[in-house]
Design a protein around this ligand. Structure first.
Ligand code: HPA
Length: 252
């Protein structure tokens, strides 16, 4: 079963025929919202609103460990995360991007399930944070649906909830980050720790601070408009994706 994590602008999926909602408890606490089980185009899907159904949980307070372990425990075999980002280089507002790499600038988040105690020390491989087979399925879905999806980009995950200074964006640019968002980590790393194939579909909703029309400030009104239009495209992409997600053993 495919799990879809919806971010800002995607707290519900209109094409999801909801069968049931489940409040899940995990060793890490409760996920951001009840898991919503249902079908899209006849395929089983579980949906989770990352910021809660009322969009009340800021990025640094999301219980990423509870979210990912609840999805895994309730039968997800792959996770596609939807997230909004600011474009640093090579991406413009309105674009959908499928990142292939990431850089983690977050801090002070519960970022691992291998947290000592009775557990053995575990170091997971994270060379390619986004699962190639699942990325390929996302590209195929976009192709099938005639939806433009840029193949590749480097997601810089920041702490938030404030936006960045222009100098911070310059530094991220020098590091090689091509987009900036607040929720990509530790979500991707936890997926890897839990052996869940993971890919992210990013909606570029603004030029990052100091870039393009955000040279002086970032316009929240424009951002929200772009977000809504972008999420319409994401919904269409997901409708095609559900049938193309690799079977559990092939997804890694
Ligand atoms: N910075 C960080 N996170 C974001 C941005 C941004 O400019 N836009 C959307 N999410």
């Amino acid at each position: 079963m495919l799990a879809i994590i919806g971010g800002s602008g995607l707290t519900r999926l209109a094409t999801l025929a909801v069968a049931r909602r489940e409040i899940v408890r995990t060793p890490y606490g409760e996920p951001s919202a009840p898991l919503v089980f249902g079908q899209i185009a006849g395929r089983d899907v579980v949906f989770l609103a990352r910021h809660g159904h009322g969009h009340t949980i800021p990025p640094h307070r999301v219980n990423y460990r509870a979210n990912m372990s609840a999805l895994r425990e309730r039968g997800a075999h792959a996770v596609v995360a939807v997230a909004s980002v600011g474009g640093i280089r090579g991406h413009r507002p309105g674009e959908l991007v499928l990142p292939h790499q990431l850089i983690d600038y977050t801090y002070d988040r519960q970022h691992t399930i291998f947290d000592g105690g009775d557990m053995k020390v575990v170091h997971v491989d994270f060379t390619h944070p986004y699962t190639p087979a699942l990325r390929a399925a996302c590209l195929a879905a976009a192709n099938e649906g005639g939806i433009a999806l840029s193949d590749g980009g480097v997601y810089g995950a920041v702490q938030g909830p404030r936006l960045e200074s222009a100098a911070e964006i310059d530094r991220m640019d020098r590091d090689g980050a091509t987009m900036v968002g607040m929720t990509g980590m530790p979500e991707a790393a936890l997926a890897r720790e839990l052996e869940l194939p993971y890919a992210a579909i990013c909606v570029v909703v603004n030029h990052a601070a100091g870039r393009g029309d955000s040279a002086q400030s970032i316009s929240m009104e424009a951002l929200v408009r772009t977000l809504e239009a972008g999420m319409e495209k994401v919904r269409a992409l997901l409708d095609h994706l559900v049938a193309l997600v690799p079977a559990p053993d092939d997804a890694r």
